[in-house]
Ligand binder design. Structure first.
Ligand code: SF4
Ligand code: SF4
Length: 196
């Protein structure tokens, strides 16, 4: 009795001598491999060869300084709140007299950490920041051997005064125009020009 119609008739064809030695299969495989010699390679010889990446690639973050070299971050926590991976932690501190050149706002981040193993490079922290302080860049996060080395603190995130990181390509004219809208008050210190 047949319960379903899904049964299949299995071929009991007797294999030839060539088939017993897998010759047709080997030949077919070699033809497929050989055909790839004439096709464009899908891979690159990384790290000697790098694929071109977009100017707005979302790689390692930078905490920007302002035009005077003071840290722009005011430790408001909005980036941490926006982060879907809960990768950002920080501690705030009050700016002391005489530290105006170091920190732009009265409150600053004494500790600011991003766990690069948690980060999914979505860029929401960049979008959330009202101070134009955090940007993702086209830099790739370094390879590490220890998990704790992926905790990036201010020493790795804040840009060096002598080695500024240009993020102007991330800020298209459309974005600049959007940020200039007076009703949005996105950034009161926005000077209507792209931040370098
Ligand atoms: S890029 Fe996304 S996941 Fe990474 S720290 Fe920013 S908000 Fe969090
Ligand atoms: S990076 Fe921007 S959003 Fe995050 S704490 Fe600093 S000022 Fe606030």
């Amino acid at each position: 009795m047949q319960l379903t119609n899904r049964s299949k008739v299995v071929s009991n064809k007797v294999q030839s001598a060539a088939e017993k030695m897998y010759l047709p299969g080997i030949l077919k495989g070699m033809l497929i491999t050989g055909s790839h010699l004439f096709k464009r390679r899908a891979t690159v010889k990384y790290p000697d060869e790098l694929r071109p990446i977009a100017a707005i690639y979302r790689g390692q973050h930078v905490l920007k300084r302002d035009e005077n070299g003071a840290e722009r971050c005011t430790a408001c926590g909005l980036c941490a709140l926006a982060c879907p991976a809960e990768a950002i932690t920080m501690e705030s501190a009050e700016r002391k007299k005489g530290e105006e050149g170091l920190y732009r706002e009265e409150k600053y981040a004494s500790i600011y950490e991003i766990n690069m193993l948690r980060c999914i490079f979505c860029g929401l922290c960049e979008d959330a920041c009202p101070k134009e302080a955090i940007f993702l860049t086209d830099r790739i996060v370094d390879v590490e051997y220890e998990r704790e080395d992926f905790m990036y603190g201010k020493n790795k995130l804040v840009e060096e005064t002598t080695k500024r990181i240009d993020v102007s390509k991330r800020q298209t004219e459309e974005v600049a125009d959007f940020k200039k809208l007076p009703t949005l008050k996105h950034n009161e210190l926005w000077q209507g020009k792209l931040i370098k």
